[in-house]
Design a protein around this ligand. Structure first.
Ligand code: PLP
Length: 370
């Protein structure tokens, strides 16, 4: 194995997605100190661009140090106090993880379930809120990467807020690929990741919290159990908020911030609407090609960013993926959780969602499956 020069793979799995050379070059800029005014200006600009991409005015919007799971933990540890009752919608691996993380925060989790590949109706969520009136938070996954299901969210805030609960959304595989309007959709806490539809290397988790969430954090009577992810301290550094100016908490991942800033610049240059339209179009192109080959989608409401298809009868799951990687330098994803051995997951995210990649993976699959 060559460990000195990593190959240039075509990353069409569930993440990481291909990273543009612009972003890689940005990462190679000189490392600044985390309190250098120049770096703080770069961070401020990055947070402002994140607000634009999240479509929010929330002052508390910043990149958490760590991958998407760190964002999930950050939302959970800051909003939940031991004994709180929450509802988590579980229709795949990531809903299951949200339940686990929230239980670790001491929450009593009422999990509601949908079959893998299915989505939740608002009626189902409303019924759960009626059944558990003390619920203070509803957690749901916008883009369930383990099944490829696309959960509608617009209007859900009316139901959740009528019960005085917070709406918490996992947008790891939708931010930068699907329509997502944090303020219009009344989302109170949201987290994403850099290495999916933003096409940046893994390492940061953009998050945003509404005024409602902030009020909830300010009303806590117990300390946040995680020191690293405690927003009462983090916000002093990232936003200068909470009084006392900007103070050191942990060393920000400086060069990762350069990468994210550049990746967000690329998103905003393309324009959010154009970007969403491109992801839709590439999904349709892939879908037409796969279905013409006799392959079928597992979810009824498929994401545009992640295509989850059943493995055809007689095909060797690992063998096909190995040939894609060895002969074509193409990575696709295996099935995850209950889908293991039953599904392939083809990601068309960010910089990877192109005509060239769609046609290449279709041609390679056609050749291998013949
Ligand atoms: C990838 C993913 C995560 C976890 O992100 P990491 O960057 O792997 O920590 C969480 N939720 C969803 C829906 C994801 O697709």
């Amino acid at each position: 194995m060559n460990t000195q020069f990593p190959a240039e793979r075509i990353l069409l799995g569930p993440g990481p997605s291909p990273v543009s050379s612009r972003v890689l070059r940005a990462m190679a800029a000189p490392t600044l100190g985390h309190l250098d005014p120049q770096y703080l200006a770069i961070m401020d600009e990055t947070c402002e661009m994140l607000r634009q991409v999240f479509q929010t005015k929330n002052p508390l919007t910043f990149p958490v140090s760590g991958t998407g799971m760190a964002g999930m933990e950050c939302a959970a540890v800051n909003l939940i106090e031991p004994g709180d009752e929450v509802i988590v919608c579980v229709n795949g691996v990531f809903g299951g993880r949200m339940k686990d993380v929230m239980e670790r925060c001491g929450a009593t989790v009422h999990a509601i379930e949908a079959a893998w590949g299915d989505i939740f109706t608002f009626d189902q969520i409303a019924a759960a809120l009626e059944q558990h009136p003390k619920t203070m938070l509803v957690g749901i996954v916008h883009a369930e990467t383990s099944t490829g299901a696309h959960q509608p969210l617009e209007g859900l805030d009316k139901i959740v807020h009528a019960h005085d609960a917070l709406l918490v959304v996992d947008a790891v595989t939708s931010l930068g690929g699907h329509e997502l309007r944090v303020d219009d959709w009344g989302i109170d806490a949201i987290y994403s990741g850099t290495q999916k539809c933003l096409s940046c290397p893994p390492g940061l988790s953009p998050v945003s919290f509404s005024a409602r969430s902030l009020a909830r954090m300010d009303a806590r009577t117990t300390k946040v159990q995680s020191w690293y992810l405690d927003i009462s301290m983090l916000r002093k550094y990232y936003t200068g908020g909470g009084g006392g100016g900007r103070v050191y908490h942990h060393t920000a991942p400086i060069n990762m911030t350069y990468a994210l800033r550049e990746a967000l610049a690329i998103v905003l240059e393309e324009g959010l609407d154009n970007r969403v339209a491109r992801h839709a179009k590439m999904h349709q192109r892939l879908r037409a090609g796969l279905e013409a080959m006799g392959l079928s989608y597992i979810p009824k409401h498929s994401l545009h960013t992640l295509n989850c298809i059943g493995i055809p009868e007689g095909a060797n799951d690992a063998g096909v993926r190995k040939r894609l990687l060895d002969e074509y330098d193409i990575e696709i994803g295996a099935g995850l959780g209950v889908m293991a051995g039953k599904a392939w997951r083809i990601g068309l995210m960010g910089h990877g969602s192109t005509v060239r990649n769609v046609d290449l993976v279709l041609a390679a699959l056609r050749e291998i499956l013949r």
